[in-house]
Design a binder for this molecule. Structure first.
Ligand SMILES: [Zn+2]
Length: 199
């Protein structure tokens, strides 16, 4: 009854967080009703996402032709202050209050099985090597900016142990963030306070 093109679309789009099969079905029918030009623009914008890859320094998303992401290549940012976050959208959220002038490292999402996965460990290891390779061989500060419920304590202990020869300043976002709350959904004022009251 349903054309294969729509079935196929639903099969892919239902896996997108926040969509699910019903929303994906509605979306498929919505797009199929659009006029040709609007639909082409939509497809084009989706296709352009192929031109993205991860920054090799902080793992934030960037255009393929850029050497580093916008943040890492901005000379006004302090690369000696590094905030460790879970995902791209956490960076977008932390950037909104215009309070933080350091750089980032995206660790990957920590939810799930309650352990640090190999990919997380690799990124921490890479950060360590990167700092060791800096001219001074140390940095100003590492801020652990992961969601309060997500392995935060354990990660903090690991950082304190493994990075103590690289910085004396390992901090966490202030207590302003509600326990179990998501950085992504915190309002600007809360985030500003959490950044100022890091300790
Ligand atoms: Zn970067």
């Amino acid at each position: 009854m349903i054309p294969n093109a729509i079935k196929n679309f639903i099969e892919h789009f239902r896996k997108i967080p926040g969509l699910g099969p019903r929303a994906a079905t509605r979306l498929a029918f919505f797009i199929s009703r659009l006029d040709t030009q609007t639909r082409s623009n939509l497809i084009e914008s989706l296709k352009n996402l192929e031109n993205l890859e991860r920054c090799k320094r902080c793992f934030f998303i960037k255009e393929k032709e850029q050497e580093l992401c916008e943040i890492c290549s901005d000379s006004r940012r302090d690369s000696r202050i590094i905030a460790i976050v879970e995902k791209d959208t956490d960076i977008l959220t932390l950037e909104k209050p215009r309070e933080f002038r350091g750089t980032y490292l995206i660790l990957g999402e920590l939810s799930g099985r309650g352990i640090l996965e190999e990919s997380h460990k690799n990124r921490i290891e890479q950060l360590k090597r990167r700092i060791e390779g800096e001219p001074e061989g140390n940095i100003e500060e590492i801020i652990l900016a992961v969601n309060p419920h997500a392995l935060g304590d354990m990660l903090y202990e690991i950082l304190k142990r493994d990075f103590k020869h690289l910085t004396s300043h390992i901090t966490r976002l202030g207590r302003g963030l509600p326990t179990g709350g998501e950085i992504e959904f915190a309002d600007e004022e809360t985030l500003k306070n959490a950044l100022r009251r890091r300790s």
